[in-house]
Every structure is written in C-alpha cells, then in structure tokens.
Design a protein around this ligand. Structure first.
Ligand code: AHR
Length: 659
C-alpha cells in the first residue's frame, strides 16, 4: 500500500493535462480575503498524562519536597531517616533528617526513583541541588549518586559527587554530576554522613541542558517539539485541571509563582479520573507554573492564553444542581475575579505599581509578557438553563472589562459540540459579549465527515470561535493512527476557510508519557529519554507552518457532500513571501486527479510540495518508531497557471506556488 502511494506521489512531479480531472480546484489569487490570525493554530497544554511533572518540566525527582500525603512516596530509605515538619519553606514544611546510625556497616541513605525512573544520558551533566543544614552544628558530607539499579556490572553508579554541608543554617547546595551511561530508569541516591546529623529539603535533579538552558527549565526535546510546530497561541493550564476534581483541587495560579521551593503541592485531578488507569502518585508540584508558562510562550513565539476558574467545580464530577455546595456563590466570587485581574497584572503590569507585577520582575522578567487573552471557565454550561455558568461569567466579564478593557475574554460553549446546552452556551456568550467562544470536540470519524462545512453557516456577527480542544477519536481505536489524523487535516480546511470567524484552534491533549497516560490520542508521546511527534502533530504543524496571511477564495468542482469522503481543500496567500498555499486532502482510498488553477496569475514559476501520507490506516508514530509517517518535501511543475497532480488516497498535500 505504501509503495503504491509513493509511486503515485511521484506522478505529481509531472504535469498531466490529458487526464480527466476528479477535482478542478480554482483559487482566486486576486481576491485575498480574511486575515488568518497569527493565533490561528496553537497548542493546548494540560497536566494530564504526566505532561508537566515527569514530562515537559525537566525535574527528575518525584516528591522532592516530601509533601505528598505519604511523605515518602518516590523514596526508598535505609538507616536512620525521619520525616520532620518545621522546615524552612512555610508552604512545604516537611523535610528529612538523615541521622548517623552508629554502626560501621550500616548506612543512612535515601533513594528517589523519579517518574517511572529517571532518563539519564551518557556524557550529559545533571544539576543536583538540595537545601541542607547540620541541625546540631558541625559540618557533614553528603554523597550523591545517580545509579543504574538494573545493571549486571560491579558498580551501580553512573555518576556521583560529594557536597560539604556547613553549619546550622539552611542553605542551598549545588553539585554538577556527569553521567557515564545512558539509562532510561536511573535512580538518585543521597547518602547521609555517618557521624553528623544532616537535614535535607527540596532534593532536586535537573539536566543542565534544558530548553534554552533555564535552571528551573523544560525538557529540551519536548519544548523543542512545541517550538517546531510554530504555534500561534498557547493555552494553559487546561482543561479540566482548571476546575480540579473539586474546588479545593482547582488550579490556583498564585500557588505556582515565586520560589519553587515554596509552591504548595496540589493533587492532580487526573490522579482520580479513570479507575481503569489510576495514578495515585499524580500530583502537581507547580514547578512549571505561570512564570515558566509565560516565559515558554515567549521562547516559542506563541501568544499566551491562560484559562482560569469561574468559581465552579467540574460539572462532570459534581452535581451542579447541588449548586450551593459545589460552586462558589455569586457574592463570594471576588477572590476568583481577583485571580483574573491579578494574573493580568502579573503578566503585563508595572512592577513599581503592582505587587504581582513586582513578583514577575523579581522572578527575572521586568518587561511585560504582553498578555492579550484570558479564558474564564473550561467546560461549563447552564444546566437546564439555570444560568449557573453564565451568571457567574457575567460578573467576571464586567470586572475584567472595567480593569482591563484591552484584554480579550474567552467564554465556553461547554463540553458538547452541538445540542441544547451548546446552543444555550453560544446564546449566553453572545448576550454577554464574550470575544471568543471555546468549543470542544473529541469526536468520531463519522462526526468529522459530517462537520466538514461546520463554520460556513456560523453567524459572522457573534463572538469569534476558538476550537479549543479537538481530536478525531476513531471508534475502538483510540490511538494516534494515521487513519484518524487525515480527517483532522480535512476538517481544518474548514477552519482555514472561515478564518474571518475562527481565530484559534488547538488540538488536544498535547503530551502523554507512555507509562503514565490517562487519555489518548495526544499530539506528542514520550518516555524518559525519547519522544515522538504523532501524525496529528504533523497535521497541526503543517497548518501552523503554512498558515499564510490571508484566505483566498477556493472552489472545488467536486466538493464532497455532507458525510462523504472526497477531496477537501483550502487556500491562503502569504503576503510576506508571495506564496500561494493550497492544502488538498484526499480522504478516499483512491487516488484523485486534481487540477489547481490559480485564477489571476498568468504563470507559476515554481511549486514546492509537502506530503503527509496517511494511507497506512493503522500506522502510528511511536517512541520506538517516531518517523513512521513524516511530511515529505518535494517539487512539482505547473503549466501556465495550472498544476495537475495526483493525490494518492488518504494523503494530505500542500502546494506552495510562486509566480
Ligand atoms: O483534554 C482532556 C480533557 O478533555 C480536558 O481536560 C477537558 O477540558 C476535556 O473534557
């Protein structure tokens, strides 16, 4: 099957005017239409599937502050180890006391097994840090080993060093360790002094080589994958995590800023959500907090789009009819509204005038982050039209508009992609004057086939659309196979054609650890050492990298009827490069002859192509086989202003034409 398509793909390099065309695609080059927003294609980040701790956040130690409810989760101990709770960090008071054991052949030692082990690379450097003191005075020595427990060799150590701890005061100590071997599931050992009691807190190990070298940084390959996509917008921190399992466990951004040592632990809602994939050790250290998020947005060139809680707990998991108990009363919403206003100040405010802006400056970023958007509420709805959501959102909108009229506010139409609650949601968003509405659709291939014209009929006057979470979930095959991704590519032609009202779209979720996932498909899979960009990732990246600046009118002589497979297309011009970019997706099994006519041009000098071959239905990119399907670049010819090409079955081809 793959060979056949490669051969047919080769046919694209020659013009074939004599063949009968299945689809005549006419692109009106002289009529550039709606601007494609710079935010059009982006990323949705949520700490699900170990996306943050154990994933993008490069910390290798799990439970570094000993704050998990079981204080020693992640740690094996031997010898004289006690947990104490009067440590130097108010919001993380627990630490360990490593006492002498008074026997020459016994040892005090603590060993951390990381998140499914620690991925360590040969030759790379690792930064070990610890807060420590000798509570009874004197000096002590801690020995620090990175170990390969599973080795058959004489020595488990693959890197080590010693630190001298001096005196009774808590201090931060740092040690750089170079690894001699690549190990996927290494551990970290810290040996106590055999004579002097030593207290340790916030025991941490990071690769030195994080993304952009940040100390409290991101795992390089994963952050690089985000950058590579060229995302225009970066939604954070979710998703349902905004709501938590209950209000107590909702995401609270103020707990995620300031010194990492003092950011309180939060339960991760995905710890509980699915009993068939249960992760009792899933917590949020908040090491990847809002400062790191804004900074990463800046580093990867995406507009930040934070989503905050609207004073409601997750409506799936809490009975909304029981309003008084599970949601915040309107009159008590002030702290939640303050969270929004203060976040805008944290991002954009003047450090000499605002305490949150000052904190941003103190953390190392005096310049504003230029936040332009804020989402309020994740998947909320007005159950039975009781206005539970909209009456709360109304109060937020009023307050945010008053304090920050420059910020665009994003509401939601709830978790459903259509139906009564969805319609009520949209009506409410219109009434409240939200700038954008966040729509979600994790749906089947059949749904995608039926929705290929979804936005053509949308009201042009209302709020703009943010397709904030979506993915094609093939029935019985909920994994990242090519057979589903091709429908995402086809559907996105409709997003693009409707760029006047669709201003943002983010596939979801973003990351998944192969040993720690709760939800799939996802855009990027990883284990402790490797990562894989899925076919869905490539679809997103191809759109983001080829979004152009303005939509061009495009007509297809054989546009598929609702629910049918066929050839789907959209076109844009990039006014900065002078390229005309036409996306063509053939969702049928069969090759299709297409003729692309660039009306308004006399001739085309060069055509570059990018092809994503999704014809091997079950094929997926995995960490073992990360490049099974990747975009292939090529060229083809035009005759005058026309390209004749064969699009193999289940292929996504981008034509980039220049005069
Ligand atoms: O992306 C996974 C979850 O799907 C999100 O947290 C939620 O918003 C949606 O239901």
């Amino acid at each position: 099957m793959r060979l056949r398509n490669i051969l047919l793909g080769a046919a694209m390099t020659a013009a074939m005017p004599s063949l009968a065309q299945d689809n005549v695609i006419t692109v009106e080059t002289a009529k550039p239409g709606a601007e494609v927003q710079s935010t059009m294609y982006g990323i949705f980040f949520e700490d699900i599937n170990y996306a943050a701790d154990g994933g993008l956040y490069a910390e290798l130690v799990m439970n570094r502050s000993f704050e998990f409810p079981n204080r020693l989760v992640g740690w094996d101990i031997s010898g004289n180890v006690t947990v104490r709770e009067d440590g130097p960090f108010e919001r993380n008071p627990h630490y360990l006391r490593l006492g002498p054991i008074n026997h020459g052949h016994k040892h005090t030692m603590i060993e951390n097994s990381g998140f499914f082990g620690m991925g360590i690379k040969k030759g790379a450097e690792y930064r070990f840090t610890v807060w420590a003191r000798c509570p009874e005075g004197g000096n002590s020595k801690l020995w620090v080993d990175i170990v390969d427990n599973a080795t058959m060799g004489e020595d488990q150590k693959i890197g080590n060093g010693g630190i001298d701890i001096k005196g009774k005061e808590w201090q931060k100590y740092t040690l750089i360790i170079r690894a001699s071997k690549t190990v996927e599931k290494a551990h970290l050992r810290v040996w106590g002094d055999s004579r002097v009691t030593t207290d340790v807190e916030h025991v941490s190990l990071f690769p030195v080589d994080t993304y952009k070298g940040d100390e409290n940084g991101m795992r390089k390959d994963l952050a690089q994958a985000l950058f590579d996509m060229h995302p225009g917008v970066f939604r954070f921190p979710g998703g349902c995590i905004v709501e938590g399992t209950d209000l107590e466990t909702r995401y609270q951004w103020k707990n995620t800023v300031g010194p990492v040592e003092n950011r309180p632990l939060n339960e991760n809602r995905w710890h509980y959500t699915f009993t068939q994939r249960y992760y009792p050790n899933y917590f949020q250290s908040y090491g990847l907090g809002f400062y790191e998020y804004f900074r990463l947005s800046e580093q990867i060139g995406a507009e930040p789009l934070p989503v905050l809680n609207v004073g409601m707990s997750c409506q799936y998991q809490n009975d909304i009819r029981n309003e008084k108990h599970v949601h915040v009363a309107i009159e008590d919403l002030k702290p939640y509204i303050d969270d929004c206003i203060d976040l805008i100040e944290f991002a954009n405010g003047d450090p000499t005038k605002n305490e949150w802006a000052k904190l941003r400056a103190d953390m190392g970023h005096p310049a504003p982050f230029n936040l332009k958007f804020i989402g309020v509420g994740n998947e909320q709805w007005d159950y039975d039209n009781n206005k539970a959501f909209s009456k709360r959102l109304e109060v937020f909108i009023e307050a945010i508009r008053k304090a920050h009229p420059e910020i665009k506010i994003i509401g939601t139409s709830g978790p459903n992609s259509e139906g009564r609650d969805f319609d009520l949601g949209w009506m409410a968003m219109k009434r409240l004057g939200a700038d954008l509405v966040d729509e979600h659709f994790y749906r089947s291939i059949e749904w995608f086939k039926n929705e290929m014209n979804r936005y053509d009929e949308y009201d042009r006057t209302g709020p703009k659309v943010f397709a904030g979470e979506y993915a094609c979930h093939d029935r019985g095959k909920k994994y990242n196979h090519a057979g589903a991704s091709i429908y995402e590519a086809a559907f996105m032609t409709n997003l693009e054609k409707n760029a006047d009202i669709v201003h943002m779209a983010t596939y979801a979720p973003l990351f998944a650890h192969v040993e720690g996932w709760q939800w799939r498909p996802d855009a990027i899979w990883f284990d402790n050492l490797r990562s894989a960009k899925t076919v869905s990732y490539h679809v997103q990246a191809l759109y983001a990298q080829n979004k152009g600046t303005n939509v061009l009118p495009v007509a297809n002589s054989n546009h598929p009827r609702k629910g049918d497979d066929g050839v789907f297309t959209s076109a844009v011009v990039d006014k900065t490069t002078g390229e005309y970019i036409v996306k063509v997706i053939n969702t049928t099994e069969e090759p299709k002859q297409v003729q692309i006519k660039f009306e308004g041009l006399k001739s085309i000098a060069q055509v570059r192509t990018i092809t994503l071959d999704c014809s091997d239905y079950e094929l997926e990119n995995t960490v073992d086989n990360p490049t099974a399907i990747t975009p292939i670049e090529g060229t083809t010819n035009a005759e005058g202003n026309t390209i004749n090409a064969t699009i193999p079955g289940k292929n996504f081809v981008i034509f980039k034409a220049k005069k």
